[in-house]
Design a protein around this ligand. Structure first.
Ligand code: IVH
Length: 682
């Protein structure tokens, strides 16, 4: 880039960042996700690093946030609230650690390795709490780090925040921490919004911010906010605290909530492993995190290390992959599912969100499209949290192209051309054509899916092709599929046809519960299917059961009883069952003998394949015996089972933590006896 273009870009970035700072800090209504904001700041920083002449005193790289709006009374912080520098990946984390250890004059292989306090980076709102003689007198937002806003009345409604301390403490105490909205409270708020036909809240963080900025504290009180403390900023009457972890323990004793995932770890390798753990397990938590904050545990050297204008050198934020990004909404299409329901979805310019590429996202129904006011051509915020289906949160209105028109729900089914109708009072449009091929396709794809008959090779595209060719009309057709015909189709070689045949064959023996799920009976999900399979022991007995008999079962409500009984009385069901029987499908339920809880309280992690057992069977063998089987090794792991083709990282981790390791034979013994056998696998 020519020099003046670089200068112009720096100026543009500054203006953009200032605008987004104001939206975020002052108005509490960010337009773009944090990850997009961070990208702007990083770009500006990298320009300024190359061209120090372009750094201005008021550059956002030198500041923490935006000045308050004046809606709440200003509060000048006695000790400024700094921000944190980010480490975007392990290499940046290690670079930070090396620099810190160098500044501390401590070599990596020193006898006294550096101790790091590692905490979750809670995705909420920073607040500063002031106590005088043990009583909460003021709560303030961060604002621009120097001056925040007085939100005392609102913070007083948060049950986690002590109004007075558990132990008398004379003088001033200032505690900082994060106010956040747990996921269940967020879901409940959105359920209420749905019920009221109102727009959904975008994410827990923004909702927490909005909740804290209510003029009426009773609204704040109704939101279910929580608090974790993470810093003592000032304390007149504190004992001699030598480390951050001691300070947090002391706060805990005063009645402040301290996050239980805090770990003090020695050396940066252990820190990197901790961060990696949370990259994979962030969704195991009942609240959102966006990183791990790593702090030098020892307090004495902190002053010497000091801070830059915006962040201390003794701490860093390891960022997890962002779960929200912006991208372009290319168009809105409609898909028709196995019940005929027509669901609009967004076709997006591909973007990496939550660690995977997203090119499509559901828009739920016509009402949500209207409430969100997303239009083709818009720049939109896309969110993907864990296994949740990616979602379009809303448009970035200032970026809307001139003339972008609101989207109109199509009148005709994209698959069969039949009318798409939304009955009065219903939430969704439906294709009214009972014979719409989209229904059969949806059902067959569901029948072949993992939770049902688990038949490899029956993805949407293939099933659509087979339905279009008239080879499939319903799931039972799968077992009389004309493989000779398929062999002649373009793109189907000898191998793929053989694989298809083998996959179909293998599915004949699937457990009864899986077959029940595949039947696509409304309300008959995996849990009820398990229950019914165990209870009746055979498909014929279940099919013959009366509605009353079904309703009498503990765990089966009247609605399920009626739909299940209704289904088995239908012509469609009778016909299917006979063809399934003829195809040799397994109709028998599992043995009902109770399995003793030999593994109660144990955490058994498995890596690699256990000969003769499917992945689900391995897991079920553990969970039916009362154990848990998470996806990674931690301090809490009781034993690691190493099968064929194991992953190296779990084994390394287990050795590091001294977790016992057994092989497949040892696993068999464990299931048999509940005791970890003394056979080391290496
Ligand atoms: S320590 C000088 N610890 O992250 C140290 N911050 O980007 C300041 N945050 O403003 C913060 N969890 O709102 C710290 N365990 C934690 C945190 C945490 C979330 C937030 C906080 C801060 C921002 C920094």
């Amino acid at each position: 880039m020519p020099a003046d273009a670089v200068a112009a870009r720096a100026a543009e970035l500054r203006a953009l960042i200032a605008h987004h700072d104001e939206r975020y800090h002052a108005l509490g209504e960010p337009e773009i996700p944090d990850a997009d904001y961070d990208a702007l700041v990083r770009e500006l920083r990298s320009i300024e690093a190359d061209r120090p002449d372009l750094v201005t005193v008021d550059s956002p790289t030198q500041r923490v946030g935006a000045a308050p709006t004046g809606a709440f009374a200003p509060v000048t912080h006695r000790v400024p609230l700094l921000s944190l520098d980010n480490a975007m990946d392990e290499a940046e984390l290690r670079a930070w650690g090396e620099r810190l250890e160098r500044l501390l004059d401590r070599a990596a292989d020193d006898d006294a390795p550096v101790r790091y306090a590692c905490e979750l980076k809670i995705d909420g709102i920073a607040v500063a709490l002031s106590y005088v003689d043990g009583v909460l007198v003021q709560a303030a937002t961060r604002g621009d780090g120097r001056v925040g806003e007085d939100i005392t009345a609102n913070v007083r409604t948060i049950g986690d925040v002590p109004g007075s301390l558990a132990v008398p403490l004379p003088g001033r105490l200032e505690v900082r921490g994060e106010v956040y909205l747990p996921l269940d409270a967020f879901a409940a708020l959105n359920a209420a919004q749905d019920a009221a036909g109102e727009r959904r809240y975008a994410n827990p963080r923004n909702t927490a911010a909005g909740s804290l900025r209510q003029k009426d504290a009773s609204v704040t009180a109704s939101r279910g906010l929580r608090f974790w403390s993470y810093q003592v900023a000032a304390a007149d009457g504190a004992p001699d605290l030598r480390s951050h972890s001691e300070a947090l323990a002391w706060l805990g004793g005063l009645g402040f909530p301290v996050n239980p995932e805090l770990r003090v770890l020695e050396g940066i390798d252990a820190v990197a492993a901790f961060c990696d753990h949370w990259v994979r397990h962030r969704h195991d938590l009942p609240y959102e995190i966006d990183g791990v904050v790593v702090k030098l545990d020892e307090l004495a050297p902190r002053d010497r290390l000091g801070s830059t204008a915006r962040a201390p050198r003794w701490a860093v934020a390891f960022k997890l992959p962002p779960e929200e990004r912006t991208t372009r909404l290319l168009r809105i299409e409609v898909s028709v599912g196995r019940t005929g329901r027509a669901t609009p979805f967004a076709v997006l310019e591909p973007v990496t969100v939550g660690g995977s590429t997203v090119e499509m996202a559901t828009l739920h129904n016509a009402e949500q499209v209207a409430l969100k006011d997303v239009r083709p051509g818009d720049t939109v915020v896309v969110r993907k949290a864990g296994d949740v289906i990616p979602e379009v949160v809303g448009p970035v209105l200032p970026a809307r192209p001139a003339g972008a028109a609101a989207w109109v729900f199509p009148a005709a089914c994209p698959r069969c051309g039949g009318p798409l109708v939304r009955p009065e009072g219903a939430g969704n449009h439906h294709c009214t054509n009972e014979a719409c091929p989209a229904r059969a396709e949806g059902w067959i794809v569901h029948f072949a899916s993992r939770g049902a008959m688990d038949i490899e090779g029956f993805g949407e595209e293939r099933v659509r092709l087979f339905v279009d060719l008239g080879l499939l009309h319903d799931p039972a057709d799968v077992y009389s599929l004309d493989l000779e015909r398929i062999r002649t189709l373009e793109g189907f070689g000898e191998v793929s046809v053989r694989n298809l045949a083998a996959a179909i064959d293998a599915s004949r023996g699937r457990p009864l519960a899986n077959l029940l799920v595949g039947l696509n009976v409304r309300h008959l999900g995996p849990a009820t299917a398990q229950l019914l399979a165990r209870r009746f022991g055979h498909l014929d007995r279940l099919a013959a059961a009366s509605e009353e008999e079904l309703a009498a079962i503990d765990g089966v409500g009247p609605v399920i009883a009626s739909t299940v009984a209704g289904f088995f009385r239908s012509e469609v069901a009778r016909d299917l069952l006979e063809r399934f029987r003829a195809a040799g499908l397994n109709f028998a339920g599992p043995e009902t003998a109770e399995v003793p809880p030999l593994l109660a309280g144990m955490t058994v992690v498995v890596t690699g394949a256990i000969p003769g057992m499917r992945r689900e069977e391995v897991e079920a063998a553990i969970t039916t015996r009362g154990g848990t089987s998470p996806g990674s090794v931690s301090r809490r792991t009781s034993v690691l089972v190493v099968g064929d083709d194991p992953g190296a990282s779990k084994l390394t981790k287990a050795r590091e933590l001294g977790v016992p390791v057994i092989d497949a034979a040892g696993f068999a013994a464990l299931l048999e006896t509940g005791a970890v056998p003394d056979v080391g696998a290496s």
